[in-house]
Design a protein around this ligand. Structure first.
Ligand SMILES: *Cc1c(COP(=O)(O)O)cnc(C)c1O
Length: 232
């Protein structure tokens, strides 16, 4: 089932890419496995997915070490993504566990991540989470604040900003999410206009099960998919 779901997601990515003249191989699928068990994650990995997203540090930590124990599972190029909110008391565990922390929503948090990364001699890759909708409940930098935050965070030596991420608000029709995706792309372009070509931010993480096609049309190169992969 999971294998078939992944094939279907890949097909949908291929067709949106051919419609919009993009390379489907440039789009990373992050399988968001919050609440899913080891068996399901194992199946995802065996289906060729290399990027796993989790919402909670504690849950990820357990899965991370359990997945490593499964014999014969090819995990060498597996990457773990934190897509949920990171609390300051979990930063230490997060830095030990994740290849990409997608949910950095304050300069203070980036500073804490830097401090832990220095301790273990790691360069921690992060994304700036951008609040592209006015919803009160969402975290993230406003598109405007993202610029000044970027300028401060690039000074942290052990933190590497790779791009931006947003969570579009829940909408009835996925097409209604388009303005939020456009806003994220604009924010990325604004930041990139400030820096040299070699240091340009490349990752634009947007699009989930219901709206990833629209997100790709708007320039996403990293989609975070939960239900479309795991639901039967
Ligand atoms: C759960 C979650 C996803 C995946 O959502 P689906 O709608 O199940 O595809 C993506 N991003 C974040 C931040 C999430 O929390």
């Amino acid at each position: 089932m999971i294998k078939e779901n992944i094939d279907r997601v890949k097909q949908r990515i291929s067709s949106v890419c051919s419609r919009s003249n993009q390379n489907p191989h440039a789009i990373t699928i992050v399988a968001v496995s919050k609440g899913r068990d080891l068996k399901e994650i194992q199946e995802v990995i065996e289906s060729g997915i290399t990027d796993i997203g989790e919402n909670r540090v504690q849950e990820a930590l357990i899965k991370y070490s359990e997945i490593r124990k499964i014999q014969g599972l090819f995990i060498d190029n597996l990457r773990w993504h934190l897509v949920g909110r990171l609390q300051s008391n979990k930063v230490k565990d997060a830095v030990r566990t994740f290849d990409l922390i997608q949910s950095v929503d304050s300069v203070e948090l980036a500073g804490l991540i830097d401090r832990q990364a220095v301790r273990i001699n790691k360069i921690q890759n992060i994304l700036l989470e951008i609040k592209t909708s006015p919803e009160e409940t969402k975290y993230g930098f406003s598109p405007k604040d993202a610029i000044s935050a970027f300028k401060e965070i690039i000074n942290f030596k052990n933190v590497m900003i790779k791009g931006v991420m947003t969570i579009a608000p829940l909408v009835e029709n996925p097409l209604q999410a388009r303005p939020y995706f456009k806003k994220l792309k604009e924010t990325l372009d604004t930041i990139n206009a400030l820096i040299t070509i070699n240091s340009r931010l490349s990752i634009i993480s947007m699009g989930m099960s219901d709206d990833f096609e629209v997100a790709i049309e708007e320039g996403s190169n990293m989609v975070r998919i939960g239900r479309a992969i795991f639901n039967s």
